[in-house]
Design a binder for this molecule. Structure first.
Ligand code: GLV
Length: 331
């Protein structure tokens, strides 16, 4: 698919007949993704970075994060498509000019997969799973016969009610858990008790057995998973940290784990990735870590989302998944 020369006519993409897309994310380099994108966008030319168009000019850049060595972005760039749900890396990148809008991927498959991750952790809580993992590692046979919480008794608090948080919260509710959910602005969701605004955050998580973070990273959500919130949870609660590493106060988590206030932390996103080999989380008996694999975009869903963004750009229609509007073009 690489290499088709651009030709011109009057249109919204600076007159390009062929939409030139530079794919700068390894997940976008697969054949399934490229085939689905080609099916969704007629007149498409793609390059998989580090391959680039010979003249360095393209219309759309699809990336989750720009590598340090990424070449300067061309004047022709009309759209940046974030190849993931969280666009924080791109939003903070000064190399992306402010007149270029940024949209993020919207993929029901990604949301469903993250909902599976969350349900897996909630069921692990019901089984007191981490205690038995620790016992097994020590060769200890120590059953606890006290009655455990049922799904209907266990309370799960979900932070974030965007498309992913909504999917996870409704999956938990459908599985029979009591679900509270918090968002920065008010949302109503059937079967879920919702809370909004920073002043209601504590009420949302009060007495929760499982705390799930699916918030986007923003100045007001950085460091949100910290001691004051942990203190509101039921003792021995499970934490499921799926947003960004910077949401989490790691020292506060370590203390809460060591005090038993948090019984287990499922963590998929870290302040530093890859997680340094000497980091305490690797060996803490109450940490379950995964290397940022929660909710990988599906090739078809990602391609559909990018095709929809390109179509909207060409039509001059509202951009789906817009996370940063275009500032006026500098004169
Ligand atoms: C994953 O972290 C994403 O942003 O989708």
């Amino acid at each position: 698919m690489a290499g088709a020369p651009p030709t011109c006519r009057n249109g919204l993409l600076g007159g390009a007949e062929v939409v030139r897309v530079l794919l700068a994310d390894p997940l976008a380099h697969g054949e399934d993704f490229c085939a689905a994108l080609a099916a969704g966008v007629p007149d498409l030319a793609t390059w998989c970075w580090p391959d680039e168009p010979v003249n360095g000019s393209y219309d759309v850049l699809a990336a989750w994060q720009l590598p340090d060595a990424f070449p300067p972005l061309p004047d022709s760039l009309a759209l940046v498509f974030c190849f993931g749900a969280g666009a924080d890396h791109l939003l903070a990148d000064p190399r992306i000019p402010s007149h270029v809008p940024i949209v993020r991927l919207i993929d029901g498959g990604q949301a469903a997969e993250l909902a599976d991750y969350v349900c897996h952790a909630a069921f692990a809580f019901l089984l007191d799973d981490q205690k038995y993992r620790i016992d097994q590692a020590r060769g200890v046979w120590a059953p606890v016969f006290a009655r455990r919480r049922t799904r209907a008794e266990a309370r799960v608090a979900v932070l974030g009610l965007g498309p992913i948080g909504m999917t996870a919260a409704t999956a938990l509710a459908a599985a029979g858990f009591r679900v509270h959910a918090w968002s920065r602005t008010p949302r109503q969701v059937k079967g879920i008790e919702t809370f909004s605004g920073l002043e209601r955050l504590g009420d949302c998580v009060d007495g929760a057995d499982v705390l799930v973070n699916l918030l986007p990273l923003a100045p007001e959500t950085a460091g949100i998973l910290a001691a004051p919130l942990f203190a509101r949870l039921a003792p021995g609660a499970y934490l499921v940290s799926l947003g960004r590493g910077k949401h989490l106060d790691e020292a506060a988590l370590r203390e809460a784990l060591d005090m038993g206030q948090i019984g287990c932390a499922f963590i998929d996103a870290f302040a530093e990735e890859p997680l340094p080999s000497t980091h305490w989380m690797w060996s803490h008996p109450r940490i379950r870590l995964t290397p940022h694999i929660g909710g990988l975009p599906t090739p078809e869903g990602a391609a559909r989302s990018l095709a929809a963004a390109i179509d909207a750009l060409q039509q001059g229609a509202p951009l789906p998944g817009l996370v940063r509007t275009a500032a006026p073009t500098p004169s």
